[in-house]
Design a protein around this ligand. Structure first.
Ligand code: FAD
Length: 383
């Protein structure tokens, strides 16, 4: 693996850094306190091509490889995880999945809008009763003539309140030989679909997370993506690549933790010298730095494998598991460097810790990642 970035990769990383400094950093505290990112950020992300990375240009995408996608995701995560999540879901889980599994008609209908930021996508897998055990979902799509009629509900859906289209997973058949789950693209203005914003989150407070309810939601059969019954494969393949994106966001959090801890340690004085002079403060900072490096290398390895067409599922779980736990450790260590000031939101460490915490929970908890890795190592499924 070549660890040297190409000119194109360096340029896109710099573009993202500048964007974060200009459009995100000045608003982070305000958005977090108001529990609302300014929605106009989505079209700005689209205008720079950040919502079209890895998507072919013929569908409005901006091309680029998965390492470029990781670099942008890392920078956005360094700025604000709520904004980073918009991209990880609308591009990472929805547009990329449509590009891979969608029909030509679905690609033409949705990809130009999703990549420009005209449309926002959300990913509807989790339900109130099924999280880790997603294969047991109960939302039902029943065939009626040329339509499917959908009933059920989805929980914790990132971008849920804002989204124009939901990539929905529902049980559509009891035919033997597969899990009976199919994937549908459902416009969110379809009658019978209602959304309730979830308030009071510990982190990612600026993000529009919602519960979605489907009551006799009627969609044409052409809304189905991939063959009937293949929905669980669609979801798992989306999440495998999604885990790389989450890991890259975690690298961004850990890097932000390192940046702010280093700066503060060089300014704050105790015992007649800056706290950077104290060995135990250096230990906190060193631990953050080691976590940043290790998480970044594991994440880049996944991008490299995907770009070379190699298997990457176990490596993506490894990167997601390590990077999410590392981001929590790094943010917590940074908070310690800030002392009491770390506990108030005028300083960045507390928000980094709150935002990092969910990374060990979504797109498969740390326990689920361990079961994925354990299955690959032992050949035994412990699910
Ligand atoms: P549960 O599955 O009930 O797990 C509870 C605990 O049991 C966890 O510690 C878990 O690790 C453990 N556990 C469960 N099964 C096992 C096992 N077999 N072995 C060992 N331990 C086990 N979902 C979407 O579909 N789309 C989204 O956009 C989305 N965004 C989210 C955004 C936020 C802010 C949050 C909080 C969640 C989001 N989710 C989303 C849902 C997320 O993926 C789930 O919360 C996650 O998969 C865990 O499911 P659960 O919360 O039901 O926990």
């Amino acid at each position: 693996m070549n660890l040297e970035l190409s000119e194109e990769q360096s340029a896109v990383r710099q573009l993202a850094k500048d964007f974060v400094a200009r459009e995100i950093a000045p608003h982070v505290v305000e958005w977090d306190r108001a529990e609302n990112v300014d929605r106009s950020i989505v079209k700005k992300l689209g205008a720079l091509g950040f919502l079209g990375l890895t998507i072919p240009e013929e569908y409005g995408g901006s091309g680029g490889d998965h390492l470029a996608y990781c670099l942008v995701t890392e920078e956005l995560g360094r700025g604000d995880s709520s904004v980073r999540g918009i991209v990880s879901v609308s591009l990472g889980l929805v547009a990329k999945t449509i590009a891979h599994w969608g029909t030509e008609e679905q690609k033409r209908q949705y990809l130009p809008g999703l990549t420009s930021g005209e449309l926002i996508g959300c990913f509807g897998l989790t339900e109130p009763g099924t999280g880790s055990d997603a294969g047991n979902l109960t939302t039902r799509a029943v065939r009626e003539g040329d339509d499917y009629v959908i009933n059920g509900s989805k929980m914790f859906i990132t971008n849920g309140t804002w989204a124009d289209v939901v990539l929905l997973f529902a049980r559509s058949t009891d035919a033997p030989g597969h899990m009976g789950i199919s994937a549908f693209l459902v416009p969110t203005d379809t009658p019978g679909l209602t959304r309730t914003t979830i308030h009071g989150k510990l982190g990612l407070r600026g993000q529009a997370t919602a519960e979605l309810n489907f009551e006799d939601v009627r969609v044409p059969a052409s809304a189905m993506m991939a063959p009937e019954g293949k929905g669980f494969s669609v979801a798992m393949s989306a999440l495998a690549k999604g885990r790389m994106s989450v890991a890259a966001g975690c690298v961004g959090i850990a890097q932000a933790a390192l940046d702010c801890a280093l700066k503060y340690a060089g300014e704050r004085e105790q015992f007649g010298k800056t706290i950077a002079h104290h060995q135990l403060v250096q230990e906190l900072i060193t631990d953050i730095s080691v976590d940043v490096d290790a998480a970044r290398l594991l994440t880049w390895r996944v991008a490299d494998l995907i770009d070379r067409g190699k298997p990457f599922v176990t490596e993506a779980s490894t990167a997601k598991l390590f990077a999410s736990e590392a981001a929590v450790r790094a943010a917590n260590n940074a908070l310690q460097v800030f002392g009491g000031y770390g506990f108030i939101d005028e300083y960045p460490a507390g928000k980094l810790l709150r935002d990092a915490r969910v990374m060990t929970l979504y797109e498969g908890t740390s326990q689920i990642q361990k079961l994925v890795i354990g299955r690959a190592l032992t050949g035994v499924s412990a699910f």
